[in-house]
Design a protein around this ligand. Sequence first.
Ligand code: COI
Length: 338
Amino acid sequence: MINIQWDKLGFDVVPTKSMFKATCSQNETWKNGAIVPYGNIELSPAANVLNYGQGAFEGVKAFRTIKGNIVLFRADKNAARMAFSTRRLCIPEMDTQFFMDAVMKTVKDNIDYVPPYGKGSLYIRPVIWGTSAGLGVKPASDYTFMVFVTPVGPYFKKGIRPLNLKITDQYHRAAPKGIGNIKAIGNYSASLYPLSQAKDEGYDEVVYLDAADGKRIEEVGSANFFIYKDGVLKTPSLSGSILGGVTRDSVCVVAKDVLNIEVEETDLYIDDIEHADEIFCTGTAVVVSPVGKITFNEKTYEINQNEMGPITKKIRETILAIQREESEDIYGWLKQIR
Ligand code: COI
């Protein structure tokens, strides 16, 4: 019998019953895999992922809906992105059907860990890496793919209260023509030091500027970035060093189609923040999180009196309503698991 206080869930690992594990050699395709008990794994200290960071991951969510179903939200988009990430990192390309089957098997076997309707979601973490031991810098000969799950609530400790962000011009998250546009493990390690400094200074997260000329806003360490001004919703275009977020895409679609808002994928600058009506960030983990304050070089901009704005609220509610089957799934974004 599991004993979880659903109302107290944050964004942390809660051990569950089982996980999915598959292995594959360099010139093979992904075909075998199985559900195994949840627990630690063994790894050579010379494993490619530990020494050279050959690894990628995804974040997907399953929801218990108002209709009593359990659904995945746009997992096919994550499957496609995992295929893209593996290609870029010389990992045998993840087959999208294999990915979907693994995700579905893991959720089904851990179905009791999907939070009750309205109390959070089951966060699904597919992760893939070079397992074999090696010393020279080259792709591994053997790979492991695992899927683990954990019930989650809000990503940020303060729930959905507006975030206090810091723009850094001291660190970059990703370089042009680098790996910022894939979900590589290393992109997140690059963000740890700026993030811990920002947290020590009282901020929730860091906003990164582009590494080419340091003028354009790219993304937040754990999320994509949006500005709303005078009826137009703008987000940085996918220039090559920005992650193509699944929630980012979903927000662009619903803002345009459902809410009749003009959407522009474009360049965004610090000036745009100064004049913004609303700002929010998006991601599977953060969903749609309002931003109340942004500081750059000692100057703090307060957005919408540090309150969640009406457009941010509407967009957040529209996405959540689709995920929880409170509104019709007009785009076919949900995959029913049970
Ligand atoms: C997600 O939104 O799912 C992410 O992967 C971002 C972060 C938690 C690493």
